[in-house]
Design a protein around this ligand. Structure first.
Ligand code: ADP
Ligand code: MG
Length: 252
């Protein structure tokens, strides 16, 4: 099934200071897919994600949501590189925030909060404070906060880039398991070739000055995937292809 969810046509973005951050991006993102935006710093990945989230508007071009009568879903989950937790609030209260903003009482939604925490493996840490958590655990809280409203679309902007390699690999695996169980559409920004090939069904390789899509690649391997995938000839071939494409683009 390939239902178009997001339809971007000729999208460009020039910021007020004159920076052309994105130029003529056209692509269709299908419902339920796992897509990565991969490219060097400054190529417009965050800009594209913010346009999809509706936080900023394109300067030219259109973004449409054909699967939902062109309405952007009210609820889009957004996870940033920094966990951005409230240091004075417990893990539970941090995850409660999006529901609190919708006027829900803590008592009513507590089972929902505990469910979100158990989905990221933190059920035992509901009353802990952010300072008591490791970097990986903080990121899990941030993911729980994004999924507590059960958004159909999850946008992730280099969510694991500040974590050590082992924690990152674990969170990559947990994210894949969540994606498979939640029917999410995930758009995942990374500058790691490894991560993009390991996780995604499709990778858009981007280039800077101006930001644009250079390659649109389907990762040829079925899900579920696990770390064994990383030693298969299929993985190594696709990793090398993307690496070579990027290196060529960065040198050019
Ligand atoms: P990436 O996420 O790939 O690193 P960004 O989307 O953050 O790239 O930025 C793309 C380009 O737009 C960069 O040159 C960046 O400096 C510029 N840029 C990003 N945000 C703004 C802004 N609010 N105002 C002006 N320029 C910006
Ligand atoms: Mg960015």
């Amino acid at each position: 099934m390939t239902t178009p969810l997001i339809d971007l046509q000729g999208v460009s973005k020039t910021y007020d200071n004159g920076t052309l951050a994105l130029s003529d991006v056209s692509t269709i993102i299908t419902q339920g897919s796992f897509l990565s935006l991969l490219g060097p710093s400054g190529c417009g990945k965050s800009t594209l994600l913010r346009i999809i989230a509706g936080l900023i508007s394109p300067t030219t071009g259109t973004i449409k949501w054909p699967a939902t009568n062109d309405a952007r879903p009210d609820d889009i989950g957004f996870v940033f590189q920094e966990a951005t937790l409230m240091p004075w609030a417990s893990v539970l209260e941090n995850v409660y925030l999006p529901l609190k903003l919708r006027g829900k009482s803590l008592k009513d939604v507590k089972p929902q909060l505990m469910d979100a925490l158990s989905r990221v493996g933190l059920a035992d840490f509901a009353s802990a404070f952010p300072r008591e958590l490791s970097g990986g655990m903080k990121m899990r809280v941030s993911i729980a906060r994004a999924l507590v409203t059960r958004p159909p679309v999850l946008l992730m902007d280099e969510p694991f880039a500040a974590l050590d390699e082992f924690t990152r690999e674990k969170l990559d695996d947990d994210l894949l398991a969540l994606w498979e169980s939640e029917n999410w559409t995930v758009i995942f920004v990374t500058h790691s070739v490894y991560e993009s090939v390991y996780l995604s069904e499709r990778v858009l390789v981007m280039d800077a000055r101006p930001g644009r899509i250079l390659h649109d690649l389907t990762i040829d391997a079925s899900h579920p995937r696990d770390r064994k995938f990383r030693t298969t000839p299929d993985y190594i071939r696709q990793y090398s292809e993307i690496s070579d494409a990027l290196r060529h683009d960065v040198e050019a």
